[in-house]
Design a protein around this ligand. Structure first.
Ligand SMILES: [Zn+2]
Length: 192
């Protein structure tokens, strides 16, 4: 899937968890940083592509991208697996501990969870594509839904832009419409 779809999927997942399992209180700064972390998590597994947005926006990012791709074993390998998720979870946790002294009132536990949710949503979305996802590495099998490859989506093609992306938007509209009161309630009670 493209970065645009991954970001939308990440923020969709975050919204659903935020509404259905609201945390006791959340500061506005935590909410903003959590959304950013969620969006970054949503595209992080694709840092194994030399053309990933992260690398494209850095001056010599293309070379870093290639290098990382080789270390990772090529596209859709380690960063697209549960082991990769675990390792990135540890790395993100370590990074957040490091910046903890300068983050003030930001709840880093929520930020970490938002990041992980973004990453998880990425793997789920890529599972819908023809290429599939090697969830259980080192077992080298790529899983896909539906199991019949022919019925799956090709990244960037009509199936994604005309079906998956609009479906996610429609889902968001329907979801927030159905949970409008919960949303208002949470915004009033929980954001401080
Ligand atoms: Zn991917």
């Amino acid at each position: 899937m493209t970065a645009r779809t991954h970001d939308l999927a990440a923020i969709t997942a975050l919204g659903v968890v935020f509404i259905l399992r609201p945390s006791a209180t959340i500061t506005l700064s935590t909410a903003i940083v959590a959304v950013l972390a969620n969006l970054i998590g949503g595209i992080t597994p694709d840092i194994d592509q030399p053309t990933a947005p992260l690398w494209r926006n850095l001056p010599i990012g293309k070379y870093f991208g290639r290098m990382f791709g080789m270390l990772n074993g090529g596209h859709r390998f380690l960063t697209h697996s549960l082991v990769g998720l675990y390792l990135f979870g540890l790395a993100a946790h370590w990074f957040l501990q490091l910046v903890h002294p300068i983050t003030g009132s930001v709840d880093l536990d929520l930020v970490w969870r938002a990041f992980m949710l973004g990453m998880l949503s990425h793997l789920v979305m890529d599972t819908l594509t023809k290429e599939g996802v090697p969830w259980l590495l080192p077992i080298p099998i790529k899983f896909g839904v539906p199991p019949l490859k022919r019925l799956r989506i090709t990244t960037g093609k009509a199936g994604e832009t005309l079906l998956v992306f609009p479906a996610l938007i429609l889902f968001n509209i329907a979801f927030y419409f159905a949970h409008y009161h919960q949303l208002l309630n949470i915004l009033h009670r929980h954001i401080t």
